[in-house]
Design a protein around this ligand. Sequence first.
Ligand code: PSU
Ligand code: MN
Length: 308
Amino acid sequence: MTRSISPLLPISYSREVAAAKARKAPIVALESTIITHGMPYPGNLEMARSVEDIIRENGAVPATIAVMDGTLHIGLEAEQLEKLAQAKSVMKVSRADLAFAIAERRTGATTVAATMIAAARAGISVFATGGIGGVHRGAEENFDISADLEEFVKTPVIVVCAGAKAILDIPKTLEVLETRGVPVVTFGSEQFPAFWSRDSGLKSPLSLDSPAAIANFQKTRDQLGVDGGMLIANPVPETDEIPREEMEIYISRALANADREDVTGKAVTPFLLDNIFHLTGGRSLRTNIALVENNARLAAEIAVAMIE
Ligand code: PSU
Ligand code: MN
């Protein structure tokens, strides 16, 4: 099959995002791997919709990012979001293969790294998600370190997450971020959170108490000529938390299952998430949804503060 090479990147803005860009309104980017590979349908669609609504309620415009049939979408229309949430065999794309999905006219859900690239390309500086990828347990053997970490070095986007999942090696994840010069700021706490749990047992490198202070920090980095993004860790609300000791039991079982089934590469994170979902009888999913909603709220407030 021959295909003409397009001189322009096939990029499409939702009506809402295009209007927000025109009036320079605050915009918050959202990733799509969490929708296609992070949660089962229909919980994933409900989550995606409620997160978008929370961003709107807090004075910003949501831009869910995904590649659909080769077009890079910055913001999805309602029917596109619905289609993506039910789509099968969607690629999970990161820095290495975002352009591949576009060039080959595929459908790809964007990870944190790919969403940061697309957001920066679209002039969006704040992004909300659940958890970032990091250094996996056993990385000294399997070399499994998410491309998400390296993206923070290059791409100037503030990413709001609920810390790192304890399926990862959290101390090593923080070490890599420190080595690569990525600021890790916990919102309203001195302790770095562990996704489903409010405390990882590790101190956060930095902490700040207001969206305005976070916006000011990023602006100051920019004035100093320091490149790259930063990680804002927002602890899950207390009422939705699953304590660390309890999570550790499910995590060890999920890791043992992954080991037995020889799961490797990109499949590792989705496999563990799905396993933990079943092991907790769905409770991990409720916590996951609550923390993404909480992150959407904070991200909208930061996006508003960035333009003040
Ligand atoms: N962590 C989560 N939920 C997720 C992911 C990570 O708690 O859905 C997804 C994100 O899209 C993240 C990606 O960017 O997994 C990391 O994948 P990998 O570890 O293969 O880089
Ligand atoms: Mn990996």
